[in-house]
Design a protein around this ligand. Structure first.
Ligand SMILES: CC(C)(COP(=O)(O)OP(=O)(O)OC[C@H]1O[C@@H](n2cnc3c(N)ncnc32)[C@H](O)[C@@H]1OP(=O)(O)O)[C@@H](O)C(=O)NCCC(=O)NCCS
Length: 455
């Protein structure tokens, strides 16, 4: 799930359904995805493809979707997995898959199987990217795929008395060659194998290679295709968007299936390494990459980097800082006056941005759960810090809080800042769109404009 990029006031309903054969709807649909295309051009996406997807016969469909992204100007690095294929090779040879602590032990025979599986997968993926028959989505694609010894690995070694032999972990990624290849218009394909300076090959996990590559390249997104539909909360409800802190607490709680926890750990690692967004999306759903990237609702779970550890929910100690920030804006009439006791009572509704222990920005969320809507109020950024994205960041955090509370819309009342909100996906509404309780409090003298955003 990706919020509509700014300027896409709201994604028209047509984009939520399939593009209809009706010309008008088709045009509306195509226009609705335009902001995403603009926003994603030149961005680097690392896509982790599990061997299970290839085994299930879904490779061609995925390759068509990735080719489309590449044609739209996105820089694509594909990392494939090979677990079922390695197991099949082992089985063919009458050998057992050996695991300890959920990790494969790669003995010399298993390494042979891993090499064979990766070699075959690489050829199959290259072949899929080479299609170009007329009347297929791949017509005129002419995509070049580049692979190579771009992953430097080291052995896992001996853990808890178990020698993992040729099972390795990523030590380094040769980003210069990958950058060169994608800049030249190629798709880079990486296998879950790495090489050590001693000339040995090591069997790696797709998730390790994909997250390490995303971090090393400073990618904009890591997309991991998974067996599950996304990351569920404790009640089993799929979470569309989570923060690093939520991911961390879900992992600590320990209730997730092992494979999903493994993917979430790597997604989190990517975010902690600087990747702004990591997506875990279902590999079994046709077109899931496109649905996740180009549809407001998305289909999996998006893990969002707390770009700014500086943004957080307010605590009692922040009341003084919030007051110091908003008083001047109350005095010039930009904000409605709130006295200290009100802020003290409602401090839990506030989100603040802090730099070096000083509050530089704030906003409050007042949910109206029965109406599925929330009000963002009291948005303010210290004049000395304006224009650096703090306002936008607070808005994003408030949207995240509102979504987590199950709200579908957010509104603001503003007298002077209308254009700031319009640029960020709000559309002008009317007082009668507000929850009844809020309408009763509406100050007709102030004549604030009502702006509403779908979440
Ligand atoms: C509105 C406000 C919160 C934005 O905070 P910020 O940290 O400067 O926001 P960002 O850095 O994310 O965005 C800055 C952009 O918004 C623009 N902007 C700032 N105030 C604006 C306004 N009143 N109307 C339209 N655009 C505005 C800036 O020019 C800048 O544009 P640019 O990126 O094209 O240069 C801040 O300007 C503020 O505190 N204003 C006074 C309080 C206020 O109006 N609050 C809203 C009450 S409803």
């Amino acid at each position: 799930m990706e919020p509509a990029p700014t300027a896409a006031a709201s994604v028209p309903a047509a984009v939520s359904g399939t593009a209809s054969s009706e010309p008008g709807q088709f045009v509306a649909w195509l226009r609705a995805v335009a902001p995403y295309i603009h926003a994603f051009r030149g961005r680097t996406f690392v896509v982790g493809v599990p061997g299970e997807l290839v085994e299930a016969g879904r490779l061609n469909a995925l390759v068509q979707d990735l080719s489309l992204l590449q044609a739209l100007g996105m820089r694509i690095i594909v990392v494939h997995g090979s677990r079922p294929q390695v197991n099949a090779q082992l089985q063919l040879r009458g050998l057992q898959s050996l695991y300890a602590d959920g990790r494969r032990i790669t003995d010399p025979a298993a390494l042979e199987c891993a090499k064979e599986a990766s070699g075959e997968l690489r050829l199959d993926i290259e072949a899929a990217f080479s299609q170009g028959l007329p009347n297929t989505p791949m017509a005129h694609a002419s995509i070049r795929v580049v692979s190579g010894n771009f992953v430097v690995a080291r052995p896992v070694g001996i853990l808890g008395g178990v020698d993992y032999q040729h099972t390795g972990v990523v030590r380094k990624i040769d980003t210069s060659m990958i950058d060169l290849a994608v800049d030249a218009g190629a798709i880079v394909l990486l296998s879950p194998l790495g090489y050590s300076p001693t000339g040995e090959a090591f069997n790696l996990s797709m998730e390790d290679v994909a997250s390490s590559t995303a971090v090393a390249l400073g990618a904009d997104k890591l997309v991991l295709l998974a067996d599950s539909a996304g990351v569920p909360d404790a009640q089993g409800r799929m979470l569309a968007e989570i923060s690093e802190a939520t991911a961390q607490s879900l992992l600590s709680a320990g209730g997730l299936p092992e494979a999903l926890a493994f993917q979430l750990r790597h997604a989190l690692r990517a975010c902690q390494g600087g990747v702004p967004r990591a997506h875990i999306i279902p590999q079994g759903l046709d077109g899931s990459v496109l649905l996740e990237l180009f549809r407001h609702e998305g289909v999996g779970t998006m893990l969002v980097k707390e770009t700014l550890q500086a943004v957080r929910e307010a605590a009692n100690d922040d009341v003084g800082g919030i007051l110091a920030l908003i008083r001047p804006l109350e005095e010039d009439g930009t904000l409605v006056r709130r006295d200290r006791s009100l802020i003290e009572r409602e401090v839990g509704n506030f989100t603040v941005v802090e730099h070096d222990g000083v509050i530089f920005g704030c906003a409050a969320l007042y949910p109206f759960p029965a109406d599925g809507i929330g009000e963002m109020a009291c948005l303010a950024v210290n004049p000395s810090a304006q224009g650096k994205g703090d306002g936008e960041m607070i808005l994003q955090r408030i949207e995240q809080r509102a979504r987590a509370a199950g709200l579908k819309q957010l509104f603001v009342l503003t007298t002077r800042t209308m254009h700031w909100f319009l640029k960020r996906g709000f559309v002008e509404g009317s007082v009668d769109q507000l929850p009844q309780a809020r309408q009763n409090l509406y100050n007709w003298q102030r004549r604030s404009r009502v702006l509403v955003k779908d979440l």
